[in-house]
Design a protein around this ligand. Sequence first.
Ligand SMILES: Cc1cc2nc3c(=O)[nH]c(=O)nc-3n(C[C@H](O)[C@H](O)[C@H](O)COP(=O)(O)OP(=O)(O)OC[C@H]3O[C@@H](n4cnc5c(N)ncnc54)[C@H](O)[C@@H]3O)c2cc1C
Length: 909
Amino acid sequence: MAILGRAGWRVAGFWRPLGAVCCTSPRCYSVPSEHTTEKSVPYTKTLKQDDGLRGPTKALPSSADVVVIGGGSLGCQTLYHLCKMGLTNVVLLERDRLTAGTTWHTAGLLWQLRPSDTEVELLAHTRHVVSSELQAETGLDTGWIQNGGLFIASNKQRLDEYKRLMSLGKVYGIESYVLSPAETKELYPLMNVRDLYGTLYVPKDGTMDPAGTCATLSRAATARGATVVENCPVTGIQVNPDHMGVRRVRAVETAFGTIQTPCVVNCAGVWATKLGELAGVNVPLLAMHHAYVVTERIEGIQNMPNVRDHDASVYLRLQGDALSVGGYEQNPIFWDVVSDKFAFSLFDLDWDIFMQHIDGAINRVPALEKTGIKSTVCGPESFTADHKPLLGEAPEVRGFYLGCGFNSAGMMLGGGCGKELAHWIIHGRPEKDMYGYDIRRFHHSITNNSRWLRERSHESYAKNYSVVFPFDEPLAGRNMRKDPLYQVLQEQGCVFQERHGWERPGWFNTDTSVLDYDYYGAYEITKNKDYKYNELLGKEYTFDFPPHHGTASCLACRCSVAGFNMSYFGKFYLMGPDAKKAADWLFTADINKAPGSTVYSCMLNRRGGTESDLTVSRLQAGPTHLPLTPECNGDTYYLAVGGAVAQHNWSHIQTVLQDQGFDCTMADHSEDMGMISIQGPRSRELLQEIVDADLSNEAFPFSTHKIITAAGHKVRAMRLSFVGELGWELHIPKESCVPVYQAVMSAGAKYGVRNAGYRAIDSLSIEKGYRHWHADLRPDDTPLEAGLAFTCKMKTSIPFLGREALESQKAMGLHRRIVCFTIDERVPMFGLEAIYCNGVPVGHLRRAEFGYAIDKTIGYGYIRNWPLYWKRLSGESSVEKGEQRYSPCLCSSLVLVGSGCTAVYSVIQ
Ligand SMILES: Cc1cc2nc3c(=O)[nH]c(=O)nc-3n(C[C@H](O)[C@H](O)[C@H](O)COP(=O)(O)OP(=O)(O)OC[C@H]3O[C@@H](n4cnc5c(N)ncnc54)[C@H](O)[C@@H]3O)c2cc1C
């Protein structure tokens, strides 16, 4: 028998003979194939019966409203939630038997706390489904065990992270406690606590049983009318163009028949990429080996909570009177050629790789050193570029939904994601803010880039247990998209951030190149030496103020002038015979202004949630001169959207145009043009020296745009500001970007013009009260709740997408709304901090920053039960950072009156 201790590892054999173990069970858990060897597994039950069944377990219907492909955690959860939401003509097709892919051998851990409000809610829903809802519905026990969860902190930063989680958890009613080492020892007597800083204990965390969960979900769904067909591999997906040329799902093919359907959900786990190929859809995930070992009995371990020792990168899961020990390695094994013949199979465990977890596990529970290993479980799991799942409708094919890429969290996220997917399919959008999981968060140009996918998936696997700091950047998959000013800015010490594949300016330092990815030295790749960029990031790993916060550039912008390279922005033209109709329907703001106007607007979903904010510029008719002026016969609009969300905006607009049948075209000129924004009280003086146009208020009012000449180059100038200053954006054909930038900088030398990056924008914009989409403005916030009613043309009679929802919200009164908090002390806050009213948690900060001109900490958050709390908030509210609470000053918004260093902030109540 193998034992976990190193001495034992050397002396003893690795494991006992496999045959002896396999014969102990009446069921066969693995099908030998070229990739797999049978292992003893810790379960005495899976749904697999060695009954030699071939062919589908049920006759296939000829049509269905939705076909879910894959009978693992995600397929079963999605099917169940579709039925719960009223769709009953739904079919699940599973190649083998339910759970046969990854689900059958999962560790099944469910932790409720994560550094994201959406994820906390998703996890809570899964827990609710497996711990009570399914039992109430079917009378069956899913096998849920509530043994609690314990997160280990070996240093202060880790404990700071846990306190942040605890604070967020309070907002959602999740009970948790920070324990001292002595209290931890009392709770878990077998634990070594000598090197502990503290722990976070969540008593209602627990462990899911995969077979029990999937069997019960399937039972509940079929009772509501769904059809579950096993032994039925999907072999083809028919996709046809409709009358507008839009590719749509039409049918699902199997060897046993074809099902006509407009909607397919790809829940095929590591096989999801292959399934995508059948429909011409990119599914950017990679399969890797992920493993745990199961120990022999440990005296005294019964009823202990599951343990996650992040700093050692290991987890210890209670399994009856034994433990499962697993972890995340620096050098995981990729499964490059994914086999279709892998049902209920496992890989041989590579002990050389797994051994890196052993010291950490034994250090935490020393009894492990002398404990035998009963079995090993090493299976395939899918990993993605940012360690988040891939959900939602694929941009390539309408009706093709993804529910895959779960990064070792597909059991615990299954219920929440299944519910959101079902909502997405039935109502067109999910209920919660699922942007972080939406396939459209990635730009289409990188989802099929194998270098990007491999590097990023490796890094996210290796960093799975790293502290989630507010400021972090990937080292992998960099330099995919560079704008025309990249080189010039790099020479000036630009520290780049990665967004949507682009390298965008974060802040400025010296000597900051991003080097080729070195896999952190894994796979015998030479590690980058003297890597300045990595060292700079290391200094940002803090929950205090990072050293490179943008003081100087923020104040330069407020007091004189700063230049921001925002070239990564999405730049689209909307044109065609129905362009005006489409613009009226898409945009909340009234865009029926004279050509030459620029309007800030939102785009909504049907429920009034904000899918985007952007600027819409109505163009003059005139000759075509791309990329600055497209063919402009009728109504034509130029849309500028944040570069990190370009794909999301593009897909949203396309989907709406298709759903409404508008005869329009969209043209993407993001890569042909750069954009520099010159902002600050002296921006007019500076720009006036290099442009041929009159920049006075009369000649160039706010919210207008024109084609002008700057330093001899044609550019589209827009008088706008994202930082609350006098300023212009110059949208510039790419070959003119460098000369125009150089002219700006040399003319600006006498005003002390500075390069500034997105760190500065984050701070400057919050000072001005501008919203950031996907932070303080999301698909689950309406513009009314977000304080953006001014962007909505409610006083006109023009219908727009989401209008009805806003009208009924207005009529009923707001139940939640955004509030601005300022704190006089310099408190580093980053979002997620709980907001209390009279001691009761009523919300959390979505976004927080330090405002350098105002010299205060500023945060925005939504308050629930607004009618109940709003009167009490003033004077009785506090914001929690760590274990300390601060009394903020409250206002509905901050408004910067005037500009410059002496700007006055007025508080709008
Ligand atoms: C060792 C290990 C430990 C883990 N521990 C945890 C944990 O503690 N907590 C947690 O939350 N998660 C954990 N996970 C991750 C979790 O198990 C997975 O994320 C989850 O099971 C994935 O479920 P799924 O439905 O996406 O995929 P799968 O379970 O793989 O299901 C996909 C299904 O699709 C079927 N299929 C494929 N192709 C076709 C086709 N052409 N036609 C029809 N059917 C097809 C397959 O047969 C398979 O049954 C762990 C994973 C591993 C490997």
